[in-house]
Design a protein around this ligand. Sequence first.
Ligand code: SF4
Length: 221
Amino acid sequence: MERLVLERTRAEAVFTRLLDTHGPQHWWPADTPFEMMVGAVLTQNTRWQNVERALERLRTAEMLNVHIMAALPLDVLAEYLRPVGYYNLKARRLSAFTNWYHDSGGFETLSGLETGCLREALLNVSGIGPETADDILLYAFYRPVFVIDAYTRRLFGRLGLLPAAAAYEQLRAAFEANLSPDAGRYGEYHALIVAHAKHVCRPRPDCSTCCLRGECRLGRG
Ligand code: SF4
């Protein structure tokens, strides 16, 4: 795998500018690590507002509990997930994840695993891909792994800092090799990237209002 280099000084400058502009994002919005993980599984290809509606239904019915959810029949779980798209598929994925989490001993046992082992275990759960696994590692287990998503690719590609089409693992390695391993900072950085790409560096970017314009290859053009 070709090693990508992310310029540390520029990456730190982007973080500072985004934080000054958007402020702390307080991610991930969840009351417990299990709720965070449920949200991470449900948000794949789904608007967060719809995930929140499904979480609220589960919360109201007191189903946001690993023991209760692991025992739920699939069709019952799917009913609670109706606000999210592909709710039957999401129910299968959430059920697979919850049963793995339950049978593995839950948060306390899994917290004892080294990050690489825990990541591998997560990736072996049906329906859990690298982005979801890294969301869970970062925001539930507080491990210093950098989450890569479409927003990260778009923003860093446009800034000219990383190739947008590179492989997931190449991009993750570039961030992790060039930024100090700090889960709190990684979590804030990812949330700020999402905020900026949703509101400013959209598919049609609003470069005239962008705080990164001075250092952006595309914005200056
Ligand atoms: S200047 Fe434009 S293209 Fe560059 S990061 Fe800002 S919004 Fe995106």
